[in-house]
Design a protein. Structure first.
Length: 319
């Protein structure tokens, strides 16, 4: 099973390219990976490991070949999903559109894969992945009774079209040439758009409650950055907790790295592009309420929050 082939459906999407990068970095060989996309992209080449993948058209692909397929585009959902499932292929849904699929973060709830119907597994939102991995050990040891998160999102969270739109908007502010807003209702360049994606907020809250067993209130704000996300998080615990205890706990986590503000280091979304680590920084205790703490979480949302988690799901299936 370790040599079972992998298919990436939607190889030219932002998440599809990030999944391919993660597969290459984690040792999947060239002959095990199929890059699939719409017919107009067939024949194009994508660098992978020490070679190249030739993109295959979806309409001619034989789904009896892959054991696992990453679904990275919604445009083929209705047309090819049933065929893939019928052939016994595992589908890892990176679109968030298959709401009935169990949402899996392998480090926290890999055993829930047994609840998957038709071999379909959900890859949670990037916000869910980053928040859950930081909050889970805190909740387990100190029992979180209140958690609020304000997520500052980059354009990459909304796909390649959004990134290009931000670039064009930024240019237009200097050239005075009007440009379309793209997928946004407001101009994003040099602007902040509160609650830019209520669907994302709601989905993240639902997933976090399911994965963690506690409620987290999440709101989003779209920022004029291209990639990455920051979350300002406030938590209150039921069991007695202190700064020292929390720092020791965070420093023991494999997927997170605590950065002490005493080191005079500021971590930004730009600093973590293409990194796998989730950073926790600027931890402060509340001066009014006991057992209450504020901190920032910073990560590459596309790489760490979405693609890497999806690849870890595949690795779990292959073990």
């Amino acid at each position: 099973m370790q040599e079972s082939p992998i298919a990436v459906i939607g190889s030219f999407t932002t998440i599809g390219q990030a999944v391919l990068d993660c597969l290459a970095d984690r040792g999947f060989s060239l002959d095990r990976v199929d890059a699939l996309d719409a017919h107009q992209n067939a024949g194009r080449r994508i660098p992978f490991c020490d070679g190249e993948l030739v993109v295959r058209p979806l309409d001619l692909f034989d789904f009896t070949r892959p054991y696992i397929a990453f679904l990275c585009t919604s445009s083929i959902l209705s047309e090819y999903k049933e065929e893939a499932v019928r052939q016994g292929c595992w589908l890892i849904d990176c679109t968030g559109l298959i709401g009935t699929a169990p949402q899996i973060i392998p480090a926290l709830n890999a055993k829930d894969i047994r609840f998957a119907r038709d071999n379909i597994i959900g890859n949670p939102t990037s916000l869910t992945v980053s928040l859950a991995q930081v909050l889970a050990p805190i909740h387990k040891q100190f029992q979180i009774i209140r958690a609020d998160a304000v997520a500052l999102l980059g354009a990459g969270e909304f796909g390649h079209e959004a990134t290009i739109s931000l670039l064009n908007q930024t240019r237009s502010l200097y050239t005075r040439v009007e440009t379309p807003l793209g997928p946004f209702q407001k101009i994003q360049a040099f602007n902040l758009i509160p609650e830019a994606n209520p669907i994302l907020s709601r989905r993240t809250m639902e997933q976090l409650e399911r994965v963690l067993g506690c409620r987290v209130f999440v709101t989003t704000c779209l920022t004029p950055i291209f990639q990455g996300e920051c979350c300002f998080v406030t938590i209150q615990t039921k069991r007695p907790c202190s700064m020292d205890k929390l720092i020791r706990l965070l420093r023991r986590q494999k997927n997170c790295r605590f950065v002490d503000t005493l080191d005079y280091i500021t971590i930004t979304p730009h600093d973590v592009i293409s990194e796998d680590m989730i950073y926790v920084t600027h931890l402060n205790g509340d001066t009014v309420q006991s057992n209450t703490f504020h901190f920032w979480i910073v990560c590459d949302s596309i790489r760490t929050g979405a693609a890497l988690n999806a690849v870890k799901i595949a690795e779990y299936l292959l073990t």
